[in-house]
Design a protein around this ligand. Structure first.
Ligand code: SPD
Length: 344
């Protein structure tokens, strides 16, 4: 080997030993689909010299089942806020280190105050999500913003409802003017009867494909999450979104770190990054969900600021309720949900 080659071999060995050859750290993110702008993810990867592995679930129940089956290896989870108390009870979550989350100060206090734990000990809000109805205005000429649209048999087989029992039973409770977080069994029976008048007309219980089904014309009226529907509606003139006048369930999907996270340091960095105002703007504009980051609101486009799927009408907001953790009473909901599905 000549002197030159020897020199290059030496430099290569030093570079490998000093870490240049090391694999990039990976942040394992487990969340709902279509919830992060690819641009924001790329920015994080560049700034933190890492890679983000984004795996998805389509319901809180799927997330819980995966965790209960012993899945570990995730750094950041994004469950809905009412799932945080059971995860804390099961000792699944790491307490957040606020010293690593200086963007926590940017959160909208109005949203934080609605949470079961406004201190955000184990989780901080990522996105506000509402439930509403997406429909094809060319096909559904008699549309009215009410959950009772699902009772219309003329759309039988062309409608879907969410596979989310809190949302569907909650909608029926709104319709009946009952508490959408009730644990009263007689009220839940009334809600079940109402849901059955809807589900006899629906093609399926669906949490993800409904948006493409609406866009492709397979479905004409669907119950769905606000941002998911807006992502397809924004591209097509005849598709519309409405939040029923009776009110809707409000929920906040939360950023949290499981105790088993391989890289809690990077997880904190990611959560903090998502609450940088410029990143919150990018994600809100992309997802049509509102990142409750007050410092970002002034950076949002007029299109988003005036969009009622993002900043919900104050009158409907006043009628809407945040979902509560129901503790063991949740079994009353799962029982009637099984009966509703069995009847389908
Ligand atoms: N694609 C993102 C979907 C977010 C759904 N939020 C779920 C709220 C459940 N109550």
């Amino acid at each position: 080997m000549g002197k030159k080659s020897l020199f290059f071999a030496f430099v290569l060995v030093i570079a490998l030993l000093s870490g240049c050859g090391k694999r990039k750290p990976v942040l394992h993110l487990y969340s709902w689909a279509d919830y992060f702008s690819p641009e924001a993810i790329e920015m994080f990867e560049k700034e933190f010299n890492c890679r983000v592995q984004y795996d998805t679930f389509d319901s809180n129940e799927a997330l819980l089942a995966k965790l209960q089956a012993g899945a570990s290896g995730y750094d950041v989870l994004v469950p809905s806020h009412y799932i945080i108390p059971p995860l804390v009870r099961d000792n699944t979550l790491l307490e957040l280190d606020k010293a690593k989350l200086d963007n926590f100060k940017n959160l909208d206090p109005a949203v934080v105050q609605m949470l079961p734990d406004p201190e955000c000990t184990y989780a901080i809000p990522y996105m506000l999500s509402y439930t509403g109805i997406g429909y094809d205005a060319n096909k559904v000429k008699d549309f009215e913003p009410t959950w009772e649209m699902f009772a219309k048999s003329e759309y039988k087989g062309r409608m879907t409802v969410l596979d989310d029992y809190r949302e569907v039973i909650g909608a029926a409770l709104y319709m009946l003017n009952l508490d959408p977080n009730t644990t009263d069994e007689a009220d839940l029976e009334k809600a079940k009867a109402k849901v059955l008048t809807w589900t006899r007309n629906v093609a399926k219980f669906e949490n993800e494909q409904y948006k493409n089904g609406l866009a492709s014309g397979e479905f004409q009226l669907v119950m769905g999450y606000s941002g998911d529907l807006m992502q397809v509606i924004d591209e097509t003139d005849n598709l519309k979104f409405a939040i029923p006048k009776e009110g809707c369930m409000l929920s906040t999907d939360m950023l949290c770190i499981p105790r088993t996270a391989p890289n809690p340091e990077l997880a904190h960095a990611f959560i903090n990054f998502l609450h940088r105002p410029d990143i919150a703007v990018i994600n809100t504009e992309y997802t049509f969900y509102l990142c409750p980051n007050k410092a970002s609101y002034e950076g949002l486009s007029e299109e988003i600021r005036s969009n009622e799927a993002v900043f919900i009408d104050p009158e409907i907001l006043a009628r809407s309720r945040i979902m509560k953790d129901l503790g063991d009473n949740i079994s009353k909901y799962t029982k009637i949900w099984e009966e509703i599905k069995a009847a389908h």
